[in-house]
Ligand binder design. Sequence first.
Ligand SMILES: [Fe+2]
Ligand SMILES: [Fe+2]
Length: 173
Amino acid sequence: MKTIIRNELNKHLALEFEAAYKYMAMSHWFDLNDLPGFATWMQTQSDDEFTHARKIINHLLERDQQVVLPPIEQPGTEWPSPVAIVEEALAAERNVTASINDLYELAGKENDRAAQIMLQWFINEQVEEENVARAILGRLRLAGDNGVGLLMVDQEMSSGGVPGAMPDPGEAN
Ligand SMILES: [Fe+2]
Ligand SMILES: [Fe+2]
C-alpha cells in the first residue's frame, strides 16, 4: 500500500469517529427530550460509525499498515430542535460521502484494487445513510412544531420503520 492512500485512510478515520461521537451526543439529547425512538435510532447510528472505523482499521492492519488513531472533536450538547439535529447529521453524512469518493478516486489513481473494493462497500453504505437521514428529515419537517406529530414520528422510529427510506440491505457489517 502506498503511503499516500494509507495516510488518507487514517485521516478518514477521524470523520467516522467524530460521527460516532456526535451521534452518541445526539442520542443523549433525544433521550433527555423524551423522544426514545429517536434516541435509539441515533445510538444505533453511533454504533454503526464505530463499525465503519473498525472496517477501515481492519483493512489497514490486514495489509500490515500502521493505524494512527485521531483525536476526536468534542460534540455539542444542545440543539434547538430535532430538525436541527437531523440536518446536522445529514450534513455530516454528506461530508463523509465526499471523503469516501475522494478516497476511491485516489485508490484508483494508485491502482490499489483492494482499497477500491473495500471502499465500494462504503459508497453503497453512504447512499443508504443519506437516504434514511433525508427521509427522517422529511417526516420531521411535516410534523413541524406539532408535539403530537413529533410523538408519531418518534413512535415510527421505535417500531423500526422509517417511512420513505428503503430497507437497508447492507447492514451485515
Ligand atoms: Fe460511517
Ligand atoms: Fe454514517
